[in-house]
Design a protein around this ligand. Sequence first.
Ligand code: ZN
Length: 272
Amino acid sequence: MSESEQFIQYETDGRVAVITLDRPDARNAQHPPFLHQLDDTYRRAEADDEIRVILLKANGPHFSAGHDISPGGAAAFRDEIKDVPGIISQYGWEETNYLGLSRRWRDIPKPTIAAVHGKCIAGGLMLCWPCDLIVASEDAQFSDPVARMGIGGVEYHGHTWELGARKAKEMLFTGQFIDAQEAWRLGMVNHVVPREELEKSAMELAQKIAEMDPWALRMSKQAVNRTLDNMGQWTAMQAVFDMHHLGHAHSRLVHDGNAIAGQDVKSMKKGL
Ligand code: ZN
């Protein structure tokens, strides 16, 4: 992979910025260059005063396969945590690159809309959940199977807030997919549309919102996010992140230093 390889595309349509996940061969699996390019692209849209709404979509058959756990994936880039004993370095790395980025994206002071198709797995949820609105195509499916790694869900605990307690538990206990209609019924997505209409529908929604005053949009977004935080969302997420690392630490102890319990891409797919 060259330094200049692009994993994220950026374009604008009037007052709407369109950010496209563009690592289709790897099903938009996320490694640090992918995540940092995505963050830089969000910042570009945030800094442009002409832009009022940000639309996130994906190229390829699936929205995102999650964090890249292939041999050349995320772990290969974590030079700073190699050969450091204990959990502290991995904790700090994930706090910055996983929980921290998703949290930052949740609070971008402009409305964000995710257009999700195909599979959205584990870390993929950490891309769509921080968005304000989600439009899903009929083929969209959502899952978090990381209990197989000895961990109670991905680093950004949106599960309980997005699905309600019982469905969140079922998602975590089974790792099975929730389809678009079920996600809509639970309130996790705003609209479900045919696959061929996804981009058009999400763009129509974005353009409609972009007609609103940007300050009013910012205040509306903040009203809801502040309410969630007053209900304890952020402190709960931080607490669950700590538990997530208790999970990693346990897996390291039981699985000869392997923080994800010896799982790989193939074993994570089994039975799903
Ligand atoms: Zn982790």
